[in-house]
Design a protein around this ligand. Structure first.
Ligand SMILES: NC(=O)c1ccc[n+]([C@@H]2O[C@H](COP(=O)([O-])OP(=O)(O)OC[C@H]3O[C@@H](n4cnc5c(N)ncnc54)[C@H](OP(=O)(O)O)[C@@H]3O)[C@@H](O)[C@H]2O)c1
Length: 273
């Protein structure tokens, strides 16, 4: 079930805000009901708003508290946007915040009349509609508002609802930061290819296409576990098994990734105070 808000204000339309707006437009959710507040609109943003009839930077006085106020500014801009947030967030407004490191309490402190916050952590593939977002609803969020948040966030990919806000730091460490780990994998594979004697540009193309294709294969095999996909391409006594013997050793990729995610988790906790 999805619930469509009748009015949306998007505060901040940089990379992630633009991705959300594009996703809503693709779902047919954008029209006069959507207002976008963005101090530095790109030509792409202006064109998207114009194409779908969204209001870009309307006068503050023309904006009533919307059904949904989506915060997509940089976290460090929260204080400078606080007065506007306080004015726009009425008692019935659902606030959807994607501000990394800003808690539900941080957001509610800037919105004295509001009671409903969904805190969410998307990731970069949202830009192509293939993100994954961890989301948690505050106690004041109604069932209908939760459906609305699900609609707004799932416009850019999958949504995983969390039972507890404390889990959002771990979500940040796994999927929020995770795309960088995958890009690094492509870099390391290319570097290893060069070490194995391939020309650098060829090694780079092979590594990139391998990560792209493997990700897409996993995407198209939703019922097959990653471990099974790995087993499917590992012949006993073959080359893949030889490499996996290194990667899956006691000091291999598993403990390394566990340490990397733990470092990201510690940093997320420190940043959210
Ligand atoms: N990008 C990601 O992969 C990702 C992933 C998870 C979460 N997030 C979260 O998403 C949020 C946005 O990140 P982003 O990468 O999209 O950053 P971004 O590209 O810098 O976008 C932020 C936009 O908000 C605008 N802005 C600043 N102050 C404002 C105000 N008072 N009112 C309205 N708009 C204002 C900025 O304009 P100016 O440039 O003029 O300052 C900028 O265009 C951040 O809180 C981040 O933690 C991002």
């Amino acid at each position: 079930m999805t619930t469509q808000p009748s009015s949306i204000v998007l505060l901040g339309a940089g990379k992630m805000g633009f991705a959300l707006l594009q996703g809503w437009a693709d779902l047919g959710l954008v029209g006069g009901r959507v207002a976008v507040i963005e101090p530095s609109p790109t030509p792409e943003l202006s064109a998207l708003c114009a194409a779908h009839g969204a209001r870009l930077n309307p006068a503050d006085s023309s904006l009533a508290p919307p059904d949904s106020l989506v915060l997509a500014i940089k976290p460090q801009m929260l204080d400078s946007a606080a007065a506007r947030i306080a004015r726009l967030a009425g008692p019935d407004t659902l606030i959807v915040s994607i501000l990394a490191g800003k808690t539900t309490a941080d957001v509610l402190a800037r919105a004295p009349e509001a009671a409903s916050v969904v805190r969410a952590m998307p990731n970069t593939p949202a830009a192509i509609g293939r993100g994954v977002t961890g989301a948690v609803a505050s106690a004041g969020v109604t069932g209908a508002q939760r459906h609305t948040a699900d609609t707004l966030l799932s416009a850019v990919g999958k949504v995983e609802w969390l039972v507890d806000e404390s889990l959002i730091d771990a979500v940040t460490a796994v999927s929020g930061s995770g795309p960088a780990y995958v890009f690094l994998l492509a870099e390391c594979l290319a570097e290893a290819g060069r070490a194995a004697g391939l020309p650098a540009d060829l090694a780079g193309r092979l590594a990139r296409a391998t990560v792209e294709g493997s990700g897409e294969l996993m995407h198209r095999s939703p019922d097959v576990a990653p471990a099974q996909l790995r087993i499917n391409v590992t012949s006993p006594g073959g080359t893949t098994e030889a490499a996996l013997g290194v990667l899956m050793a006691d000091n291999g990729l598993n403990p390394l990734m566990t340490r990397a995610v733990a470092a990201a988790l510690a940093r997320a906790k420190a940043l959210s105070g």
